[in-house]
Design a protein around this ligand. Sequence first.
Ligand SMILES: [Zn+2]
Length: 239
Amino acid sequence: MGDGEFHKKVIVFAAHPDDAELMMGGTIIKMIDAGWDLILVDLTNGEPTPYGSIEIRARETEKANQILGVTKRICLGLPNRYLHRSLRYRKKIAEVIRAHRPEIVFGPCGKDYHPDHSAAWQLISDARFEAKLHKTDLQGEPYWVAKCIKYYSPNKMNSAVPSFIVDITDVWDRKIEAVMAYQSQLHAQTQDGQPVLIDHLEAMGRFYGRSIGKKYGEPFLTCEPVGIRHINQFFGGLL
Ligand SMILES: [Zn+2]
């Protein structure tokens, strides 16, 4: 399939505003810059947090959107801190999938100290299946998402070997700028005065970048095996 034949329609789901920026902000920038039709869906508004408020977080999200180039972003208004595997939440997410009909869905990899991050993936995976069912009370027409891809969870560096790593070296500064938009979430600092979160991202970005011979990388896990036409595609654009 040529690049021009690919529909390039994507939903990035996140438990909280800033999760997507933290874990796949560089990849989001690259998809948008390439003209992909991307919608970002936050399951909750992320509040309360120690230094944030609903209003502050919304302003920070708007600023991050401008930096990323995101023009479509919605918040489903599910309860922050209390996401869980619920039929009502699953159906709400499934209706978003039916409405936007993406070819690829991204969500957080399940293992994480924060229960919302773990529950988010379970809900997204369940909703993917729910969206394809006939004879339900869901809004919209049945739809199956072809590809499901997991980004690593924000609160725990996943030790699993990634299925692939995106070279984000060229957009690293924009990714950090987008994360820095969430000033209310950056109060914890290292001994040299850098936000702990940025320090963590730097270490993670360099680690995964180094493993593909680049400066910065973002790791992903695919739910299904990745099919290729020829072994030379295995090397992608990195040769
Ligand atoms: Zn989060």
